[in-house]
Ligand binder design. Structure first.
Ligand code: NCD
Length: 412
């Protein structure tokens, strides 16, 4: 299919700058960050490999740990209390998919399988993070991400502090740093941070002694969304092949044809998703008008860029639909929602172009009738509610890896 060739199609001048390349992930991250954010990110990433390596080693012992705890709904063995900041006293963060790499992503996915099992229990809770405190700091609107993180923390038996700028001292003129330090002084092990500005979670990591998880920063990244998307894709692929998800590993991503459709320019979901999918070996095609692509795609690990959705769909295994991010100004980049739908909406006619096995994902919130038709949103192949369900398990895995104990000792 010619449109998949880099630069072979696209309406806008910027729509033909597809690049491929190993190691591109780091370059994308660096290119996308604002100067200050990049500096903070670089500082935070120094030693990230060691931290993630430690997290992976911890995960190996922890997986056995979690599995053994699943024998009992409300008891059994519990982890030894770890020092503040996580096992060994090291602080660990998840600020970008770059912090994980392919092996780290695979580790999170494997561990999240254990927590999917926990979610199916009559009492979907384990004592893994008893005594830990997770603070959710959401300075931007959120339904699923916030509830998902808070649910994940509670299912791990952590205490949860929930903070929103409205009604807080931020509204009285206090700086974000003073507010964060105030919350940290109450004894917080992990901040889950969403903010409209790229780089804020990395800044929070520099202000406190707690671990930090990026729950979406501006247009930059949303790593746990990418992880839950990968978990969902992996689950569907396993079911399709009649295999247990535990048995499939991440091999199914190699060569998987993923089309990411819509407002790439303003989407942190797309940035993290591209990094994660490419790291696992998927072939990513961006489908968007030139006005909704970033100014440069240099270093982005995508196979192709096109504006011809009809051409791409028949050769797509995973169709990932993005919302038109009007709150970030996307409305100014398309003539009207109706014209956007005409060119890039996943309509009933277009969904029928997908191969039978193809799945449709959307990070939510969906705007039915704009980027996705209501009927398509309700098709069995559209797995948005699975994404939400997996989001809890994946965030449990992430919190557990950042804060969990290394060894299985003691009783509940
Ligand atoms: C996304 C976000 O906030 O970046 N949603 C989410 O986290 N589930 C995508 C969006 O808002 O369109």
């Amino acid at each position: 299919m010619t449109a998949r060739g880099a630069g072979s199609a696209g309406t806008g001048a910027r729509s033909s700058r597809a690049r491929t390349g190993s190691g591109a992930a780091a370059r994308v991250g660096a290119a996308e960050r604002s100067g200050a954010a990049a500096r903070v990110g670089a500082a935070e990433r120094s030693g990230a490999a060691a931290r993630v390596g430690a997290a992976e080693r911890s995960a190996r012992s922890s997986r056995a740990d979690v599995a053994s705890r699943q024998d009992s709904d409300d008891g059994g063995s519990v982890p030894a209390p770890a020092p503040p900041g996580g096992p060994g006293g090291r602080r660990r963060h998840l600020l970008s998919i770059d912090d994980l790499g392919a092996e780290g992503i695979a580790t999170v996915l494997r561990l999240s399988d254990r927590f999917v099992e926990v979610a199916r229990r009559s009492i979907p809770k384990v004592p893994a993070l008893r005594g830990r405190t997770v603070a959710s700091v959401f300075a931007e609107s959120s339904t699923r991400t916030r509830l998902s993180f808070e649910t994940a923390a509670r299912r791990l038996s952590a205490d949860v502090i929930s903070f929103s700028p409205a009604g807080s001292s931020l509204a009285k003129g206090e700086s974000l740093r003073d507010t964060v330090e105030t919350v940290a002084a109450m004894g917080v092990d992990c901040f889950v941070v969403r903010h409209g500005c790229a780089g804020v979670p990395a800044q929070v990591a520099g202000w406190t002694g707690a671990s930090v998880v990026n729950a979406g920063d501006g247009w930059h990244e949303h790593p746990t969304q990418a992880l839950l998307d990968c978990a969902t894709i992996r689950q569907v692929l396993a079911e399709r092949d009649g295999l247990a998800v535990d048995d499939v590993g991440v091999d199914g991503f190699v060569g998987l044809r993923v089309a990411i459709v819509g407002d790439v320019a303003h989407s942190r979901v797309a940035r993290s998703g591209i990094l994660a999918l490419a790291a696992l070996g998927a072939r990513v095609t961006l489908v968007a008008p030139g006005s909704l692509l970033p100014p440069s795609l240099a270093g982005w690990p995508v196979e192709a860029v096109t504006a011809d959705l009809d051409d791409v769909l028949p050769e797509t295994d995973v169709c990932y639909v993005l919302r038109l991010q009007t709150e970030r100004g996307a409305g100014a980049f398309v003539p009207s929602p109706r014209e956007y739908t005409a060119g890039f909406g996943l309509t009933v006619r277009r969904a029928a172009l997908l191969p039978d096995h193809a799945m449709v994902l959307h990070p939510g919130p969906m705007v039915r009738g704009v980027e996705i038709a209501a009927e398509v949103a309700d098709l069995p192949r559209t797995v948005v509610l699975r994404q939400v369900a997996n989001g809890v398990a994946v965030r449990m895995a992430v919190l557990f890896l950042l804060l969990g104990a290394e060894e299985v000792t003691g009783d509940a």
